[in-house]
Design a protein around this ligand. Sequence first.
Ligand SMILES: [Zn+2]
Length: 194
Amino acid sequence: MRVLHSLIQTGQFFHQKGWVPATGGNFSAKLADNRLLITASGWHKGELDETAFLECDFHGHVLTQGKPSYETGLHTALYRWQPALGAVLHTHSVANTVLSRRLEAIVLKGYELLKILPHIRTHDVEVVIPIFENDQDIARLAATVDAYLRQHDNPAYVIRGHGLYAWGDSVAQCRHRVEALEFLFECHLHEVAA
Ligand SMILES: [Zn+2]
């Protein structure tokens, strides 16, 4: 399955970058018939194999064997919001963790790489990545995020002291967005700390 191998490669790449320490992070991608392929609970993302995934529907009902990740509900809420999404990737990097503990929102301004994000054609723009309070009640957190996204056309969000959620039409596009955002977060972290 091509999507499955793209997610395995994504895990190895993100692990090399230090964005998914221990068993942190979760990845999902849409299959045919609105089924989702999502990483099962407890896997190191640099060591994923074909057995590290399960399938569920847009409401998180598990359709195959496996223990779903605690954060499955944050993925499924995004696919219910935009059923055309192809992938959702979640990282726990140093930059997104530290920035989210220091700031009310991450405001990215004037960077060339912002052009990787949807609908952006110039560096001369300001992109606000919202930060939501972390919450172990995933249904409540998903509802808070969903209410925000229905008012704002955002490319990603961050959970405070926790990590980044980004989405895209495909695993490859979503991976590029995560890579761009993590680069921009690192730049921003240097500036904030300067
Ligand atoms: Zn997480």
